[in-house]
Design a protein around this ligand. Sequence first.
Ligand code: IYR
Length: 251
Amino acid sequence: KICRMRRSEKLSGEEHIAVEFTTTDGDILPALEEKLHVPYVPGRNLNPNGAMRFYELMMDRRSVRSFKANCKPSIDVIEYCIRAAGTAPSGAHTEPWTFCLVEEMGVKQAVREIVEREEHINYSTRMHAQWVTDLRPLRTTAIKPYLTDAPYLILIFKQTHGTTVDGRKKLHYYNEISTSIATGILLCALQAAGLCSLVTTPLNCGPALRRLLDRPNNEKLLILLAVGYATDDCSVPDLERKRLQDIMVKY
Ligand code: IYR
């Protein structure tokens, strides 16, 4: 027999009010059910050259802002990429993410209107002069044709909490980190599939985009991706990446 009690927890600086479930003996129960442990099965197709080949694959990923409007990747490919993202590790295996895939032109237009309206304010007032100046080499502006040209937009929401089948509130530990890791895997999968992507984090657009897509209150927009194929005349800044010795310290 299960009974309720309330308790607050401090986790990574945030206050969480959890509804805990206890047996009549006072034992606390997990949000998921108890799990069997089964033998670990190593991955398939593993070999030491995989790391170098994966590095070479990822070296070619660039943030693309110019997409072919009439060239649409197969939905099956996109769905496999999102499946791959869903393999990410997450706090207490809560899988605290929602990937909203937008392909309808009307919805893309509505997203673009919301984003451009806010970005005009962001670039002119919310972002300070140093920030705008730091972006100059990337040639970004408040005008975002890629939001309607790209055949797919993926709006990635972190779920700040969830609900169990019997209506209990489920804590989503480290939901932002977990969703960010899943997004990283999604970017790798898209690259492996030969697709181009752009990561954007539209400042101040979260609530309006959440309402547009009719997402519930516990979902907060984390990242908006544009996905498709680059135009033939697409150019990118001639950036370099830090060398291994500049990003790795050995002990
Ligand atoms: N979100 C804006 C501005 C922007 C901010 C950063 I930090 C970038 O690396 C790139 C752009 C935009 O998308 O234009």
